[in-house]
Design a protein around this ligand. Structure first.
Ligand code: NAI
Ligand code: A1CAB
Length: 268
């Protein structure tokens, strides 16, 4: 089994590194191609990556082609790849909003996996949802899931609708968490803490809260009740958030990402 990663950016490099350690690959060397010269130099320094500049030199040898370029680069890329593809090859795409049907039409091949990862994959804590065209066999899906889970967890969803939906929750989600962290750090600075103390106070609060949640069966609401004393400080903060409809605004934001993923799919 030979894997080619196209696009050595944030996600492509992260997956290439994860997959290169995966027991699902006998030969741990990963082929990787990027059109940017700077990226080619970076790839050249990593011993377990075989770097390429031309599709014709690597696509024919690949069993699985992992596409990690931006959605607006997909059309030209697929056009250039098409002559080197055949129906034995599997394409795994992590591009937001690029549909399976669109990829089948653009590449002329049938075995497509559409996946939505997220950035914590960089530290082995990612979550990737995926769905495949029916032509991908069960055995092939087993390998695909193993490769996707090499950067954290992977879950198979029942339709592409849930790929767009998970883009709104987990794909874009780390940015919502960072938004919250940024606001809390700004509040800490305004209260007079140093930059460093603000960072430690906020980041350990997030880590601790998530760990409590993970180690229990309790809902976030139940945990909120345990932090908040009647008439106390937390209640004052939660009441302020409720008065400002923060929960509705967060849901609106997640739906904005979901809707944007659907919209991207209509143009790709
Ligand atoms: N960054 C994130 O948190 C997430 C990104 N995604 C998806 O992952 C994909 C990649 O995103 P990033 O890694 O953040 O982008 P990036 O901009 O860091 O990386 C894209 C890379 O593709 C290369 N590239 C462009 N055209 C190419 C071509 N024709 N052939 C080979 N290489 C080419 C660029 O030089 C660049 O190095 C996007 O489609 C995005 O929707 C999905 C989930 C999360
Ligand atoms: O913002 C984006 O379009 C990509 C997809 C999910 C996270 N980043």
């Amino acid at each position: 089994m030979t894997v080619l990663v196209i696009g050595a950016g944030n996600m492509g490099l992260t997956y290439a590194e994860g997959m290169s350690k995966s027991p699902f690959l006998k030969k741990r060397n990963i082929m990787i191609l990027d059109t940017s010269e700077e990226k080619q130099r970076q790839i050249g320094k990593i011993e377990y990556f075989d770097g390429f500049k031309d599709l014709k030199d690597c696509v024919p040898a690949a069993d699985i082609i992992f596409v990690a370029v931006k959605p607006y680069h997909a059309e030209v890329l697929f056009q250039q790849m098409k002559p080197y593809l055949n129906n034995d090859k599997i394409i795994i795409s992590i591009m937001a909003g690029v549909t399976i049907q669109g990829m089948q039409e653009a590449t002329g091949i049938t075995k497509i996996v559409r996946a939505m990862p997220n950035l914590p994959a960089k530290v082995g804590q990612g979550i990737t949802s995926y769905v495949s065209s029916p032509e991908v066999s069960r055995i092939e899906l087993f390998t695909v899931e193993g490769l996707l889970a090499s950067t954290g967890k992977a879950i198979r969803v029942s339709s592409e609708k849930y790929i767009d939906a998970s883009t709104g929750i987990s794909g874009s989600g780390p940015a919502y968490v960072f938004y919250f962290m940024q606001s809390m750090m700004e509040a800490a600075l305004q209260m007079g803490f140093s930059e460093n103390d603000s960072k430690v106070l906020v980041s350990q609060t997030f880590t601790g809260a998530v760990e409590l949640f993970n180690q229990s069966q309790l809902s976030p609401n139940s945990w909120m009740e345990r932090v908040a004393s009647k008439g106390g400080t937390t209640r004052a903060a939660l009441d302020s958030m409720d008065d400002n409809n923060v929960s509705d605004k967060i849901k609106e934001a997640a739906f904005a990402a979901f809707n944007r993923a659907v919209e991207l799919g209509e143009t790709h």
